[in-house]
Write a protein that binds this ligand. Structure first.
Ligand code: HEM
Length: 125
């Protein structure tokens, strides 16, 4: 039998590591916060700060070496009454940003599954 010599790379590594995750977040947060279908909650939000926070969050969620210390998802989105449509708009921009950075289908689907599991914590708060 074959004994694996090294653990399988984390999703974080397969996404291309910190540089790629940061670039993807920079891309999709810029798009979501500018699109008329999804921009209403971004008024007055410090986008650089948000991008840094979302990068750390995704790094941590995908098994990377980060520790997310921001607010819970329910608290972060409290009072926004986010809709499934807004979440879909974001999901599409995430996917397109990943494609632009050369991330393959398997990894895109894995990240989508992680984000889908958080939907209940961000919608309708
Ligand atoms: C699964 C989906 C989502 C995840 C995982 C997520 C993640 C996050 C994270 C990590 C933060 C930063 C919280 C902090 O720094 O304490 C944040 C803030 C924020 N999110 Fe989301 N988010 C999601 C969906 C959305 C959607 C669909 C929208 C709007 C279309 C949105 C709008 C915002 C805004 C405006 C903030 C900034 C709040 C502020 O600084 O006052 N989020 N989100």
């Amino acid at each position: 039998p074959t004994v694996p010599l090294a653990p399988a790379p984390s999703l974080f590594e397969r996404l291309g590591g910190m540089a790629n995750v940061r670039a993807v977040v920079d891309d999709f947060v810029s798009q979501v916060s500018a699109d008329p279908r999804s921009k209403r909650t971004f008024d007055g939000v410090n986008l650089s700060r948000l991008k840094a926070s979302v990068t750390t969050h995704l790094c941590s969620l995908s098994g990377g070496p980060c520790k997310y210390e921001g607010d819970s998802m329910a608290l972060a989105h409290r009072g926004m009454a986010l809709t499934p449509e807004e979440l879909n708009v974001m999901g599409d921009y995430v996917d397109r940003a990943l494609i632009r950075r050369g991330v393959a289908r398997t990894e895109r689907d894995e990240l989508k599954a992680i984000l889908d599991r958080l939907a209940g914590e961000v919608l309708n708060k």
